[in-house]
Unconditional design. Structure first.
Length: 404
């Protein structure tokens, strides 16, 4: 087994378990939590949104720690926090305990999910890590496929509390030992020399316009996806489609995400991340345009779901590989963490933004039009970022474009 496949073999099950227990399970268990405890929907679901905000707030410091200490220590500690947070969530009986559990889980998300895994891969493999990232996302893409039915089955038999206890046990018994097997986080010496000549520090990246344009592009794209992940089916029904057709069409999104990652892994294997990103970002406004122009037609909804799924599936890979391509590998964790923070905030805000828009305006065409405008802005920001991509850190310092 090669070192790359060993890394994938370690991270694939931990990503599936972590995404499944921290992210996907709540959509199944949330209503049961509200029904048993008698709390408001705002409290039950708002605490979950708060955890995403926490993940965004800690993204940069966690990235710095990953650059310094590697994935074995940081992701291992994240698994411990996941276990503690999930157990505390299952045992919570007061709003304060419930909010505290989600706060711990927000920190754990920043230490165990994609951003941490991508930083671990880039620290070890540098520019060779792209195909490891794309392969990892193929496996992790099945987290919802596995954990939605698993969570439903456990909840039906044991209830939501015991379900979270079982998921806490998975973190301690499976994810923690696997993360401790990562080892060997350091990049090969030959690659280190190349990285030091061309990598930016976090301070240099923050002073470069390309960083902020790319951050805005990711945040805008994530906001649209977050809104639609919750409100897509109601929007389709408001356009005149039956609930059965809306659900059937929405089911295309998951397979299309995996298909997009397969295409990136095969057809676009040799393409630069910047080029892949252009197609990825352009697909989202194209998908929304099909609904805006022909929303009453079933084929337009199918077209939307296909393009939307492809775009989101590939975006995960672009988000993991483009920071390294633009700013280098030496400080990848810190830079990608800083870039991920606003996107995680957008992900937390998306469902609330969508609910407010629907409550105030109601008309699906207006909501979709606003989302199209945000998606178009994300494309503009992305293309501007690629055009303004930085030279190597060494070149910038020598020319005076960036301070040392």
């Amino acid at each position: 087994m090669t070192a790359q496949w060993r890394t994938i073999g370690i991270l694939a099950p931990t990503q599936i378990i972590s995404w499944g227990s921290l992210y996907y399970a709540f959509s199944i268990l949330g209503p049961g939590i509200r029904a048993e405890l008698g709390w408001s929907t705002g409290l039950v679901f708002g605490a979950y949104s708060w955890s995403l905000l926490v993940a965004g707030l800690v993204a940069t410091p966690v990235g710095i720690l990953l650059d310094r200490h590697g994935g074995r220590r940081i992701m291992g500690a994240g698994s411990i926090l996941c276990g503690i947070g999930l157990a505390a969530l299952g045992a919570s009986r007061s709003p304060l305990a419930y909010l505290g559990a989600w706060t711990v889980l927000g920190l754990a998300m920043g230490m165990t999910l994609y951003e941490a895994a991508f930083a671990t891969i880039n620290r070890r493999y540098g520019g060779e890590g792209r195909h490891v990232i794309s392969t990892l996302t193929l496996f992790a893409g099945f987290a919802s496929t596995i954990f939605w039915p698993l969570t439903q089955a456990l909840d039906a038999v044991w209830g939501w509390r015991a379900t979270y206890f079982w998921y806490a046990a998975l973190q301690f018994l499976v994810c923690l030992p696997l993360h401790l097997l990562l080892g060997g986080d350091a990049v090969r010496p030959a690659a280190v020399a190349r990285m030091e000549r061309r990598s930016h520090t976090l301070a240099e990246a923050l002073r470069h316009p390309a960083f902020w344009k790319l951050t805005a592009a990711f945040a805008a794209h994530t906001l649209v996806f977050s809104v639609l992940s919750v409100h897509l089916i109601p929007l389709l029904r408001d356009l005149g489609h039956s609930a059965r057709l809306a659900v059937l069409m929405a089911m295309l999104i998951g397979p299309m995400q995996v298909a997009g990652r397969v295409l990136e892994r095969t057809v676009a294997r040799a393409a630069a991340p910047e080029l892949v990103g252009k197609y990825c970002f352009a697909a989202l406004p194209a998908a929304l345009a099909s609904v805006l122009l022909f929303g009453s037609q079933a084929w337009a909804i199918a077209c939307f779901c296909i393009l939307y799924g492809l775009s989101n599936g590939v975006l995960t890979i672009v988000r993991g590989t483009l920071p390294q391509a633009l700013f280098g590998s030496a400080n990848y964790g810190a830079i990608s963490g800083a870039m991920a923070g606003p996107a995680l905030v957008a992900k937390a805000a998306g469902p609330v933004v969508g609910a407010v828009l629907l409550a105030r305006h109601g008309a699906p065409e207006l909501v979709l039009g606003l989302l199209f405008a945000v998606a178009a802005a994300s494309v503009c920001c992305y293309f501007a970022a690629v055009r303004a991509q930085p030279a190597s850190a060494g070149q910038c310092t020598a020319s005076g474009a960036l301070d040392p």
